[in-house]
Design a protein around this ligand. Structure first.
Ligand SMILES: Cc1cc2nc3c(=O)[nH]c(=O)nc-3n(C[C@H](O)[C@H](O)[C@H](O)COP(=O)(O)OP(=O)(O)OC[C@H]3O[C@@H](n4cnc5c(N)ncnc54)[C@H](O)[C@@H]3O)c2cc1C
Length: 396
């Protein structure tokens, strides 16, 4: 498509090179420390704002980088090779921003997008609740209109950027009795804290950061609303009730490309570490890389990692062409994330006891990978989505 986002090869390379330098100089020396302490990496988040990553997919007219999904996926994969959590800060934020960019009114775009592009306001997408994840239409958070405002009540759980962020795109029910259920669902932009004072916005209570197996450092948490007021003109996305489910599932497509790209980053790093370690570690008088049992593992890890890279490229290209990409994004998400877990596990076996040690990066890759099989639609659901699309695109 002519109006699809574009970047020249030279500009993309320059951007990737600057991110690589940042990863080497600033991230690599401290990632393990922050990850093990589960500490919010304030300085690195600020660096990512300065590099424009919080505006990576926001159009240049609103101050964003306006990158195509292909370039975005390459950036996400590179950062994930060093520390996957960092990609979560800006990806959740961009899912919220893209909902405004794609479905918002002109006034909403003018108001929110420049603030989102710089990271002045940071946030995420709040869909999941204590009793509803995969079954999004089962959410219970409601919003009732009172003149020019909505009052939001309910609880969201497992929300990225919920604690340190300032704002969320929140999926609510404006008509809890609607049938089919999705017709009663609406997307609202809800400020959650005062940027200046750091205080919670009226009617908002942030829970604590949830302790997690991996994907640490980032603030994943619960957030509750008790009559939280939302200005209807700026907050009701697109100025229309009943379209929230469509907006949420549309936002998840780029989320799936992102998660798949994270899988590529994890698989690549785990493979690199295994290839290097296998040449250094000796048993029976020779490097383990010369044992056929290890070669069989490395061969399979390399082929699967490359296949994952190509599927992610394919999905990102499809996204850039426009239209629905559930099939392509679903294939990339499922394959790349299963591959990430398999390759991390095999790399750990190749490292023997050292793979189990906190002094090596393998145990972190191994703990980070499983999230990718759950987030942005579980891998069980991805295969179902792929099959449904396959049938829809090939009717008999
Ligand atoms: C670290 C982390 C960060 C997250 N960040 C966010 C965020 O920022 N925003 C947000 O909204 N959510 C977020 N989530 C939530 C995530 O999107 C959900 O966990 C996910 O959608 C699955 O929902 P669930 O956990 O309720 O599992 P459930 O829906 O309860 O599913 C449980 C199991 O049943 C299977 N299953 C369910 N329904 C079906 C079906 N119809 N057919 C076949 N199998 C089925 C699932 O695949 C899964 O294996 C995050 C989660 C984690 C762990």
């Amino acid at each position: 498509m002519d109006d699809a986002p574009q970047i020249s090869e030279a500009d993309e390379q320059a951007l990737l090179d600057s991110i690589d330098r940042w990863l080497t100089r600033k991230v690599a020396p401290i990632a393990a420390k922050y990850e093990q302490a589960d500490e919010y990496p304030t300085e690195l988040v600020e660096d990512m704002c300065e590099m424009g990553l919080f505006g990576a997919l926001i159009e240049p007219q609103y101050g964003g980088l306006g990158l195509p999904a292909t370039a975005y996926a390459r950036i996400v994969a590179r950062i994930s090779e060093e520390w996957m959590s960092l990609t979560g800060f800006f990806n959740s934020h961009l899912m919220m921003a893209l909902i405004v960019q794609k479905f918002g009114t002109p006034a909403q775009k003018d108001h929110w997008l420049p603030r989102f592009a710089t990271g002045e306001l940071r946030g995420g997408l709040a869909l999941t609740e204590p009793d509803a994840g995969t079954d999004l239409q089962g959410i219970r958070t409601v919003a009732r209109r009172e003149g020019d405002i909505y009052r939001v009540s309910g609880s969201k759980l497992w929300i990225t950027n919920a604690i340190e962020g300032d704002i969320l795109a929140v999926l609510v029910k404006t008509d809890p009795d609607a049938q089919p259920r999705h017709r009663g669902m609406t997307m609202l932009i809800v400020p959650t804290r005062d940027k200046e004072t750091g205080a919670e916005a009226p009617g908002v209570s942030r829970g604590g950061k949830l302790p997690k197996l991996g994907y640490r450092g980032i603030d994943t948490g619960g957030i509750s609303f008790d009559g939280a007021p939302v200005d209807a003109r700026l907050g009701l996305v697109g100025g229309e009730e009943g379209k929230g489910f469509l907006m949420a599932t549309g936002g998840l497509e780029i989320g799936r490309v992102n998660v798949a790209a994270r899988g590529v980053g994890i698989a690549r790093r785990a493979l690199k570490e295994a290839v290097a370690y296998a040449q250094i570690r000796q048993t029976m008088g020779r490097p383990i890389a010369q044992h056929q049992a290890i070669q069989l593992k490395l061969g399979e890890m390399a082929a699967k990692t490359r296949a994952a890279e190509l599927l992610v490229e394919d999905a990102a290209r499809a996204y850039d062409r426009g239209g629905r990409v559930d099939l392509e994004a679903g294939m990339a998400k499922w394959f790349a994330t299963e591959t990430a877990f398999e390759v991390a596990t095999e790399s750990m076996r190749i490292h023997g006891a050292y793979g189990y040690s906190k002094e090596y990066p393998i145990e972190r890759l191994y703990r980070d990978a499983p999230l990718l099989m759950i987030g942005e639609g579980t891998n069980e659901m991805q295969r179902i989505i792929i099959a449904r699309q396959l049938i829809a695109r090939n009717p008999v």
